[in-house]
Design a protein around this ligand. Sequence first.
Ligand code: BGC
Ligand code: NOJ
Length: 808
Amino acid sequence: MRFGYFDDGTREYVIETPRTPYPWINYLGTEDFFSLISHTAGGYCFYRDARFRRILRYRYNNVPADAGGRYLYIRDGDDVWTPSWMPMKSELATYQCRHGLGTTRITGARNGVTAEMLFVVPLGETAEIQQLTLTNTSVHTKELRLFSFVEFCLWNAWDDQTNFQRNFSTGEVEVDGSLIIHKTEYRERRNHFAVFGVNAPVAGFDTDRETFLGLYNGFHEPEAVLEGSPRNSVASGWAPVGSHCLEVSLAPGESRQFVFVLGYVENPVDRKWESPGVVNKERARALMARFDSPQHVADAVAELRDYWSEMLGTYTLASPDERLDRMVNIWNPYQCMVTFNMSRSASYFESGIGRGMGFRDSNQDLLGFVHLVPERARQRIIDIASTQFADGSAYHQYQPLTKKGNHDIGSGFNDDPLWLIAGVAAYIKETGDFAILEEDVSFDNNPDDSASLFEHLKRSFHFTLSNLGPHGLPLIGRADWNDCLNLNCFSEAPDEPYQTTANREGRTAESLFIAGQFVHVAPDFAALADHMGFSDESAAALIHAQDMERAVLDHGWDGEWFLRAYDFFGNKVGSRECEEGRIFIESQGYCVMAGIGVDDGKALRALDAVKEHLDSGYGIVLNQPAYSRYHVELGEISSYPPGYKENAGIFCHNNPWVMIAETRVGRGDRAFEYYKKLAPAYLEEMSDVHRTEPYVYSQMVAGKDAIRHGEAKNSWLTGTAAWNYVAIAHHMLGVRPEFEGLRVSPCIGPEIPGFTVTRKCRGATYVIRVTNSLRHPEPRLAVNGEAIQGTLLPYAPVGTTVTVDCVT
Ligand code: BGC
Ligand code: NOJ
């Protein structure tokens, strides 16, 4: 069942009913100010940090789901309704929500009035603009009263939801004409306040929640609105809100527009006050003035549209499959940019107060956005590398505001260091900026202990080599990519976190995933070493990779597939000898991506085993059989009920490794078959089962052991976005930058008989026309009409356009 449709022309998903199977959200903002907005106008916004600078309050896991946001109540006679449907839930004559690239437009109509709300965070602004267009479609004059509504967060979102003994007494506001100023804690150490204003005179206002709603009322029964008049309340402690009351008279057919601005404003310390106790509102007024007319809003929207067109123009596809085109051209890169901006902080599944930036997550996200924002990717790499320790290990996470490593979680996830090599290699392939390798970068953010970025990579590589176990395979530490495979943890107490509980000392538990990862990154590391002139280091790296490959084949092959690990006792994990968890996805994907077993048929067998044991109607599950009971020697993985999360759920993040692996062995048809099972645009028709947004990936879909098989969770903030992008754009469509040129090597099977990719890279444009006839073992290429040898196009001069014909 569908709940809307894709409008590719406007790059929007159009939701046609408010009764979606889950709140379907969008993100507004590009740099400092971000909003999460659901299709019923729920959600919140924040400045830079979703924990410390939260502007609107939002209650997670609320009843009903998704209550609280930016609401507009319309009082028409005695009838009160909200065009976003929530919270009044009055029947609407029409409803539509258009989520686009950084804009959301919600339209509702009732009793001859149409209200369209356009939400946007303009480029360069620290404010959410909410533009209302109100139209009288009836034959009578309408006398309406409008009540805007937001609820402010007292800045620190964690404290706001926990420390009531204090924060019920700190709330403060000021009202000045149409400006509502939220100034809690401004009297002391904060130099910032929030402003909620409108470009029209008001008939009244409210800023105290209890007065506006009534103590025992929900958002759907605001007393002030139901009784028809604002109370002009001024919050003192408790819960500050912002509500303007506007009186509007509309002749039949008449339309009027109002611009509400919800902004974040910082003042210089010495210019905080206009007069004692009165906030200096100069900057707030200037902000209001920049958006005092619909024309200014239209300009901001146009500017944002150009920004996205320019960015998404880096890689565009024209194929006969419109679902594929919309994934590659619009929604997948858009989601990659959201992961760039949010990491794992704020979504409808991440509360914005928890995890910081993951070392491993951030490097992988980079694979999906490096071509879109290369300069910002460069800075991200430096930030990440600065949290590495001198021995090559790394903090598992760092905090976005301070950029410092997170001590609570610490280090010990032994795959982390190698991801840095993958991230840096991807950046250099895209940009050719080898100079980044010579940047001086601190260890653990200590300026007195620093080395070149290349030295960081070297320490990453050698960290694995100095941490090998009895079979010559990498020690897993706390966990590898699979956070929940905790082989040294042995947790028996219910309140211990798996991620941070002291591990047993042991140098036995080994990971076949890290082994594959090591072999996979080694050629890139060697190439970079060569480039730096360290040919010995480079040659040695390739030999280490061969040794690792040998160790995998000797000790990591289980007969039909690759093992997953050796546990603390040296027992096999992911082997046919096991009772549960006999086969895992990660080592099959990563070892084959690394090329292990490609020559002797093991790769094919491993991938066939994936198909036979792990594939399902909705994607490839992580392991089989699912763990049916808690295994203390395996940790969190066995804590989940069968079919959920890492215990045999469909992790959409590692499915693309198998897709890429399938292209490694030339089976593009199978890769594409897997791709279509996960790519949201292909799942639109089963939105009732899948439940999350049909325009973005989710982290996990319940596996075949789960009662709710096919149901997705954790949409938006997941490494799934980057890896599926890499799988389709780089490997199936086959256009990817390498150090010395642009590789064109499609492998997508017969379903896509031909396509054109236009790729901008290092200042040149490549128009690549592919005839996918599948007649040649190696694609044949002609550049500007001239046949070339092989599949690597040398980089063209800046400013040139190259036409490439490719026949497979
Ligand atoms: C999740 C990860 C998370 C870990 C921490 C896992 O189940 O997939 O996202 O990092 O739990 O507990
Ligand atoms: C989520 C984490 O963010 C990611 O790094 C990890 O690999 C997966 N969980 C799998 O456990």
